[in-house]
Ligand binder design. Structure first.
Ligand code: DQA
Length: 144
């Protein structure tokens, strides 16, 4: 079974973008780590990153066909996007919301998420390891 891994706007810059907040791992590292953990559970990963909301929504809709769960770091869309949330709730797959940074310890505008109410769980502040944790929890949910 396949997990859709979605990374939102600006996460293509991982590794060079505010490394004191987001670390030095690249998006390629994140995608490789996620796939490696998934393979421990016999799961595969399809990865998409886009700076365009509509591209993310199309990928989420397509996941209905071939995915069992979604891991998403929506980036700044976390705090702004009703349409992204509606796409996630519309496909009724388990959703893991991941943030590299501890959004609750940052600016007030990062402390509200449109996505969290439709997520099965939320991981924040664990850096890239959060994606590893998310896969492990998804595997447990799928096995239950
Ligand atoms: C982020 C946190 C968001 O507030 C921010 O806009 C991002 C990255 C994180 O992974 O910590 O782009 O989702």
């Amino acid at each position: 079974r396949q997990i859709l891994l979605v990374n939102g706007p600006n996460l293509n810059l991982l590794g060079t973008r505010e490394p004191e907040i987001y670390g030095t791992s690249t998006l390629a590292d994140v995608e490789a780590l996620t796939s490696r953990t998934a393979s421990e559970f016999g799961l595969t990963v399809g990865a998409v990153q886009s700076n365009h909301e509509g591209v993310l929504i199309d990928a989420i809709h397509a996941a209905r066909e071939d995915c069992a769960a979604i891991i998403i770091n929506p980036g700044g869309l976390t705090h702004t996007s009703v349409v992204l949330r509606d796409a996630l709730s519309g496909v009724s797959l388990p959703v893991a919301e991941v943030h590299l940074s501890n959004v609750h310890a940052r600016e007030p505008f990062r402390q509200h998420s449109y996505v969290s109410p439709v997520a099965a769980f939320v991981i924040a502040g664990c850096g890239v390891q959060g994606y590893d944790f998310a896969v492990r929890r998804i595997a447990a949910l799928l096995a239950a």
